[in-house]
Design a protein around this ligand. Sequence first.
Ligand code: HEC
Ligand code: HEC
Ligand code: HEC
Ligand code: HEC
Length: 151
Amino acid sequence: MKIPPQISRLLLLTVVIVLLFMSAKTILVPVSFGQYGWYRGQALKENSSSGIAFAGHEACEECHSDIVKRKAGARHKGLNCEACHEANAAHAEDPNVSPGKITNPQFCLRCHVKDFAKPEKFPQVDAHEHAGKDACGTCHDPHRPSESPAK
Ligand code: HEC
Ligand code: HEC
Ligand code: HEC
Ligand code: HEC
């Protein structure tokens, strides 16, 4: 029995497509894919080996009880240190490592800029009307914002 030429061409084409698919799959799928499930197994190792960035407020409070005292009873008492001071595990581990300065004089606007989407009760200001170009810290202590800076 002879296979008609149009059928053998179709068969050949099918084989070529299957081979192409299989080699593309080998090249494109990462090695550890499927090791544990429907994702790259290596990703677990990569994520768990990246260092710790945040120390958590308990760590900061151990050494900076003066700031904790200042913050207590103020409306900023619920704000974690690192919400403003950035992730600072390196400094908490070794105080000789600088925690960095907050250099933007109007950095407080990150949370307090007036925005109709915010709850009305949340304290917010029109920066231009309220402070012009002045630094927020000239009138507000960052840790006890209802008062002037301590020093
Ligand atoms: C092991 C003790 C320790 C821990 C934990 C610690 N600090 Fe400090 N920190 C220090 C010392 C010591 C200084 C330098 C003296 C000072 O200003 O009180 C300092 C200074 C600072 C300063 C002022 C730096 C400057 O240039 O004026 C900031 C801001 C600060 N720490 C924030 C933090 C934050 C945020 C955390 C938590 C992530 C933290 N610290 C955790 C000991 C610590
Ligand atoms: C609302 C934002 C905010 C929060 C929350 C906050 N800080 Fe600060 N902190 C500032 C700013 C702004 C400064 C002044 C600029 C600078 O030193 O970087 C400052 C300064 C400091 C300083 C050095 C000068 C000083 O006043 O003694 C220390 C130390 C400090 N912060 C520690 C802390 C710790 C510890 C916490 C958590 C208990 C905390 N801060 C929470 C905004 C904040
Ligand atoms: C991460 C967000 C965040 C940042 C940054 C921040 N604040 Fe606040 N602020 C808050 C929250 C939350 C409250 C409390 C709101 C409430 O009680 O409903 C508050 C309250 C206040 C109040 C009202 C205080 C009172 O007693 O009426 C003032 C004033 C204020 N902040 C000023 C500042 C200043 C100045 C800075 C910069 C040093 C700053 N905030 C940075 C979140 C922030
Ligand atoms: C010249 C001094 C001065 C400067 C600079 C200043 N403030 Fe104030 N701020 C005040 C005074 C006084 C009040 C309390 C009276 C009032 O509500 O206007 C206040 C109140 C606030 C409140 C509470 C508003 C409310 O509805 O409860 C927020 C939030 C605030 N300021 C944020 C800021 C931010 C953010 C900056 C920097 C962009 C800043 N302030 C700069 C003097 C100042």
